[in-house]
Design a protein around this ligand. Structure first.
Ligand SMILES: Nc1ncnc2c1ncn2[C@@H]1O[C@H](COP(=O)(O)OP(=O)(O)OP(=O)(O)O)[C@@H](O)[C@H]1O
Ligand SMILES: [Mg+2]
Length: 466
């Protein structure tokens, strides 16, 4: 069942219940006050009759109009009077009263001891409802016989009014049920519209319309939070999507150049007949190009797997200083060739639970960057320190440095500062991206500081234990 239908039902039900209770209460008040009004009328009539009671109480009520006057409203209640003695004998009564209301019995009269009298609801043999009041006639001396007066009023008029009132009440209730349902439905629809808007916006967001956002203006507080969360999600999606498409653009671009080179070399070689020596040369250089392409692909695969965390880390407890010296040894020859001093600064013994191979690869990438950007006579220093359960490994050089505007982007894939070298495909621009990915996989991060002309320091910050 949809929320709108539920809300409609709840609204209609509660509003209708309230209306039923209110009209029921009003009806009850009406019935009660009509009854009280009748009683008052009856008492007035009784008082008037007592005043007018002829000196001889047995004289018949003659001259009373038997026919209703023409000006009397329809259903004017009929009033009957009767005078009785203590033995329940009728002394006199309104003509026709005996047929409608048989006189009370003697025990009934005997039970009337106070001057208040007794009031009763009676239904006549013809089914007409009556309200009757019997009192002792006051001011009687002891010598006189005890006498009673009965006054009765037919309540058919009341019944008629109430019946008409009830008829209208049913109509009002039926109409209010319909109106409550319609009102409830409209309110529910109105309340649900923002949700539908959100749904509609979400439904037509595609890769090409990722920039669209849900309008949060005018939304109720509960939904604006939801819409903002949704918009934030779209922000992230858009960013990732832009990243991915940028990345695939870069991949295509990166691979196109070496493959074009390869093709060019092969085409030139096949252009005319050549000696075995020349073919060997071409094949050798093709092999080199293939090696580079396959290295780029290998690195991309590594990064892709890191992103999706398909491969788990092979963590082991290692001594950081020892690992740094191992990498230093590996790059010793290259450093010597470049005329750069490569050293590991002495420090405390630090242990950490890390993936040894990945750690060596990250430090190696940093060293190779430093060696590539440091001129003869410069120095590259490796150092490690531990603080607050974190291990910081730094590689700093006295090289050319990186201009500040490039610093935020150097860890991006394929990002190279020296655009001229881009075409050479010697450096893919993936080294720092790999370092960052390795740090992230270890639950750490990387930092870089650089000053043009002075040098660069890259820090690898890893948690010491998992
Ligand atoms: N120590 C450094 N000194 C000066 N510039 C640096 C240094 N390290 C990196 N860079 C600059 O940052 C860019 C990105 O480095 P990164 O290691 O990601 O790519 P790369 O070295 O060009 O290619 P790859 O490492 O894939 O062979 C480099 O092109 C280089 O210009
Ligand atoms: Mg590099």
């Amino acid at each position: 069942m949809s929320i709108a239908v539920r809300l409609t039902l709840w609204y209609a039900l509660s509003a209708f219940t309230l209306i039923v209770v209110a009209t029921g209460l009003l009806y009850w008040v009406l019935v009660n006050s009509m009854y009280q009004e009748d009683l008052r009328d009856l008492a007035d009539n009784l008082n008037n009759a007592l005043l007018l009671l002829p000196s001889s109480p047995t004289a018949p009520f003659e001259g009373l109009p038997e026919q209703r006057p023409s000006w009397a409203p329809p259903h004017q209640p009929e009033i009957y009077l009767r005078v009785l003695d203590a033995g329940a004998h009728t002394l006199t009564e309104t003509p026709g009263m005996a047929q409608q209301l048989p006189p009370p019995t003697q025990p009934e009269l005997a039970a009337i001891t106070t001057s208040d009298g007794t009031k009763r609801d009676i239904v006549s043999p013809s089914g007409q409802p009556f309200l009757s009041l019997i009192v002792r006639i006051p001011g009687q001396s002891a010598a006189q016989q005890l006498r009673f007066m009965q006054v009765a009023m037919d309540r058919e008029h009341d019944e008629y009014l109430l019946a008409r009132y009830r008829e209208r009440l049913w109509l009002v209730l039926a109409a209010s049920l319909v109106l409550c349902s319609i009102g409830g439905y409209l309110i529910a629809r109105r309340g649900m519209r923002p949700i539908e808007d959100i749904g509609r916006t979400a439904a037509h967001i595609r890769a090409t319309t990722l920039h669209e956002r849900i309008g949060t203006e005018g939304l109720p507080a509960e939904l604006s939070g939801l819409a903002e969360t949704f918009n934030e999600m779209l922000d992230r999606l858009e960013q990732s999507f832009r990243h991915v498409s940028q990345f695939s653009d870069d991949v295509a671009h990166e691979l196109r150049t070496p493959i074009n080179n390869l093709r060019g070399e092969i085409e030139v070689a096949l252009g005319k007949p050549r000696s075995g020596e020349e073919y060997r040369d071409v094949l050798g250089s093709c092999l080199e190009e293939c090696g580079r392409i396959s290295r780029v692909i290998q690195t991309l695969l590594f990064l892709a797997r890191s992103d999706t965390a398909i491969e788990t880390l092979q963590r082991e407890k290692v001594e950081i200083g020892k690992e740094l010296r191992t990498v230093q040894n590996y790059y010793e020859a290259a450093a010597a060739e470049a005329g750069v001093e490569l050293s590991v600064l002495p420090g405390e013994t630090i242990h950490a639970e890390i993936d040894r191979t990945l750690f060596q690869q990250a430090v190696g990438n940093l060293i190779s960057n430093s060696l590539a950007h440091t001129t003869t006579g410069g120095a590259v220093r490796l150092a490690a320190r531990a603080d607050h359960s974190r291990v910081t490994v730094s590689v700093d050089d006295t090289g050319c440095g990186i201009p500040a505007e490039h610093l935020p982007r150097v860890f991006e894939r394929f990002y190279r500062i020296d655009q001229v070298r881009r075409s050479s495909a010697q450096n893919a621009g993936l080294g720092l991206a790999v370092v960052k990915s390795i740090a992230t996989r270890h639950g750490g991060h990387v930092e870089i500081d650089s000053e043009v002309g002075h040098g660069t320091e890259v820090r690898l910050i890893l948690p010491a234990s998992t």
